[in-house]
Design a protein around this ligand. Structure first.
Ligand code: AMP
Ligand code: TRP
Length: 329
């Protein structure tokens, strides 16, 4: 069985964009891959989040993933920060990565742009190397990520190839898997912009744990054009196209069928149907979440996951240190 690995960053609340664009993919893929999914809590330190909030977000995030259907029997789930072999490998890889290549990373450039160098952490700069370690330490075959992370997986491949050439074959070369088109969910108030947790206007975003009536209202007041024709046309009708995408993803109907089914419907009628689907989804997730979050289920899942992950990671980290000639590995 091929191995899948991905990390999820615990910043802010999860929304339906995450559900459609990331979570459902893990849930689908866990059936056919040996899966490792971890909370990338070390990566979130690069922007110095509030410790209390971070701690809560981590638990919430694991709870939501489990409530959405991530199955700990199929997916090894753990916290990155508890697996000390990730940063152990990262240091070795940092010493085999170059300032030039890291300076070219788009995410770094974007996040550090217009900032004084005193407010940009070194961690933000070396972030992709830690990510490379996360991936290479498990000999991952596939790495499902959003489009913005593809460059980091490509860097990971370069680092791995270079290391293999210099020190002998050590790492498997991983492949990024980018979610197919249609998976980009846009902001309900500004459909030209991706739905995002960092949004200033929460009316454009549907959070998975939010009040269901509030979520319905957000769908009902989503910005659309005034043609009253339910047609998928992203360039000219971004608002209605976004609602079609959401409906299509939540019902597993293809877009042509959705257009056909609602050919004679008004926007109001269609929005009601989209709101019904969103309500069903949120209801389902929240019922499970409220159950999961209560006892020590999450801790047990993370303990089990860590045990499995550590075993594999330790072996790889030791192999690398041995090849580099440090310590007595
Ligand atoms: P983020 O929390 O923005 O770093 O997103 C984590 C992952 O969730 C991304 O890599 C995407 O795969 C997915 N994702 C986030 N927002 C959206 C969105 N609006 N539409 C589709 N997928 C999304
Ligand atoms: N950087 C990723 C993101 O922001 C999270 C991440 C950390 C990750 N390590 C990873 C994703 C390893 C895939 C593989 O989404």
């Amino acid at each position: 069985m091929k191995r899948l690995l991905s990390g999820i960053t615990p910043t802010g609340e999860l929304h339906i964009g995450h559900y459609i664009g990331a979570i459902t993919h893990f849930i689908e893929m866990q059936k056919s891959y040996e899966s490792f999914v971890f909370v990338a809590d070390l990566h979130s330190l690069t922007v110095n989040p509030d410790p209390k909030e971070l701690k809560e977000n981590i638990r919430k995030m694991v709870g939501v993933y489990l409530a959405c259907g991530l199955d700990p029997k199929q997916t090894c789930l753990f916290n990155q920060s508890e697996n000390i072999y990730h940063p152990m490998l990262s240091w070795a890889l940092e010493c085999n990565s170059y300032m030039g290549e890291l300076s070219r990373m788009t995410q770094y450039k974007e996040k550090s742009q217009n900032k004084q160098s005193e407010s940009v952490t070194c961690g933000l700069f070396t972030y992709p190397v830690l990510m490379a370690s996360d991936i290479l330490i498990y000999d991952a075959d596939v790495v499902p990520v959003g489009g913005d992370q593809k460059q980091h997986v490509e860097l990971t491949r370069n680092i791995a190839e270079r290391f293999n050439n210099k020190y002998g074959t050590t790492f498997k070369i991983p492949n990024p898997v980018i979610a197919e088109s249609g998976a980009r969910i846009m902001d309900l108030q500004n459909p030209n912009k991706k739905m995002s947790k960092s949004d200033e206007n929460p009316k454009g975003v549907i959070f998975l744990l939010e009040d269901i009536q509030k979520a319905r209202k957000k769908i009902m007041s989503a910005v659309t054009d005034s043609d009253n024709v339910i047609k998928y046309d992203v360039a000219n009708k971004p608002g209605i196209s976004n609602l079609i995408t959401i409906y299509s993803c939540l019902t597993n109907e293809n877009i042509d069928n959705v257009e056909e089914a609602f050919a004679n419907a008004s926007y109001g009628e269609f929005k009601t149907k989209v709101a019904d689907e969103v309500e069903k989804l949120l209801q389902n997730i929240q019922t499970k979440y409220n159950e999961i979050i209560k006892g020590d289920y999450i801790d047990n899942v993370l303990d089990e996951g860590l045990k499995r992950a550590e075993k594999i990671a330790k072996e790889k980290a030791y192999d690398v240190y041995k090849k580099l000639g440090v310590g007595r590995y």
